[in-house]
Design a protein around this ligand. Structure first.
Ligand SMILES: [Zn+2]
Length: 409
């Protein structure tokens, strides 16, 4: 098996066939398309001679055994699941690229350390509302209590889905690995932003991964007849919600210089009828940044703004913090190694922040972790138009290969 650009294109295109729809690729976690893609990768790992297994979470592990079994393993990998109508590069580049890198390393003779390719399951939150399930399980952060209550849009529970694949939610804890077993984790991924494209650099060395703080805001007004209720007597939950949305946008704009962003991405209006003044609105806010101080400040200002709006509008608001994760720093030593790989190869690079969450975020709690970004055309991702040039992907693979080799030799 010759690992060249043609091979990489071929594999990415083949994986894109699993879950291909009218628009984009839909390979939600643990669906048939997702499993098919996983099985395809497992067959490739097998062909290459890796020792392939699954852990209790369903994560796929392909091992290239090192010369000294007592030494901790060097890990790379990413995910194969997608959002609904997603693109073909998010996650896949790190899996195919990881396999390509390991294949090349194989040709360099037996290394001291074992090198593993991991395919993390359930990276996207699209199906069950929880993100990076696989890597959380691997680092021992599985919230089996919360996950056991999770259901997808069709009412199928996470527990059922696990059982369908001969996995037991009660045994996820056993997927946790100890930090002594792992020397380092390096993930190759598309940037999903426009920084590299604008600067003309091919490689981004991630310094910080922004983590999301998520809120659910419930605005309670009074449902009333849309014809017979005079304007001045209304207690319209949606009007208050609209004011809150605008306030959140304004507040995030003021923090833009510090890299913080806020989005109200989902809204439910009750009773949701054209002839009824809305009595209840639920909305979900996603707040992210790489500067924790700015996030905390933003959160406080949002809360203050909400209490002003509700007082003025006579509506009642409940704010529920769904998640609040701190930005994650990548390991400086690993980043330095990636930087050296870039210099040796002659790949133009820069230090960059990741605005999106990744499995590397969790893995950094287990082992020194680094991330290599390659450019995304126009920054588009989670979209069928997601695109990364294959020459850039190949450079990313070169950098990953060199970095893994230096770690594992
Ligand atoms: Zn991803």
């Amino acid at each position: 098996m010759k690992i060249d650009k043609e091979w990489v294109i071929d594999q990415i295109e083949k994986i894109a066939c699993f879950g291909k729809g009218q628009r984009g690729i839909t390979r939600l976690a643990f669906t048939e398309a997702d499993i098919q893609a996983q099985e395809y990768i497992m067959s490739l790992m097998d062909q290459v001679g890796l020792v392939v297994s699954r852990d209790q979470m369903g994560n796929i592990i392909g091992r290239l055994e090192g010369g000294d079994k007592a030494l901790p393993a060097v890990l790379t990998g990413s995910h194969l699941d997608t959002v609904p109508e997603g693109g073909k590069f998010d996650g896949v580049v790190g899996v195919v690229g990881g396999l390509a890198a390991i294949r090349r390393i194989q040709g360099m003779g037996v290394l001291n350390h074992t090198v593993e390719l991991i395919v993390f399951v359930g990276e996207e939150s699209s199906r069950f509302g929880f993100a990076t399930l696989g890597s959380k399980a691997m680092v021992g952060l599985a919230d089996t209590h919360a996950w056991s209550k999770a259901k997808d849009q069709n009412g199928v529970s996470f527990q059922q889905v696990m059982a369908q694949h001969n996995l037991n939610i009660q045994q996820i804890g056993a997927a946790a690995r100890s930090s002594e077993q792992i020397k380092a984790f390096v993930e190759l991924h598309i940037e999903q932003g426009q920084v590299l494209e604008k600067s003309g650099n091919t490689i981004g060395i991630v310094k910080t991964i922004a983590a999301p703080t998520r809120l659910k805001i419930t605005v309670e007004g009074i449902a009333a007849h849309s014809g017979s209720t005079p304007m001045e007597e209304r207690c319209d939950a949606l009007v208050s919600a609209a004011m809150i949305i605008l306030a959140i946008q304004e507040i995030a704009l003021q923090q833009a210089g510090r890299g913080t962003v806020a989005t109200v991405g989902a809204l439910k209006v009750y009773p949701g009828s054209i002839n009824v003044v809305p009595g209840l609105v639920e909305m979900w806010v996603d707040l992210r940044g790489v500067n924790q101080e700015s996030i905390v400040e933003c959160l406080q200002v949002i809360k203050d703004a909400i209490s002003n709006i509700t007082e003025e509008q006579d509506t009642v608001v409940a704010i529920e913090m769904i998640s609040s994760e701190k930005p994650v720093e990548m390991n400086p030593e690993i980043s330095k190694l990636i930087q050296k790989s870039c210099t040796d190869i002659g790949a133009p690079y820069q230090v960059i922040h990741s605005r999106a969450g990744h499995d590397a975020m969790n893995m950094s709690k287990l082992a020194p972790t680094g991330m290599i970004f390659v450019p995304s055309k126009e920054g588009i991702s989670h979209n069928p138009d997601e695109y990364t040039g294959y020459d850039d992907i190949m450079t990313g693979i070169d950098v990953l290969t060199e970095t893994l080799y230096q770690l594992a030799k």
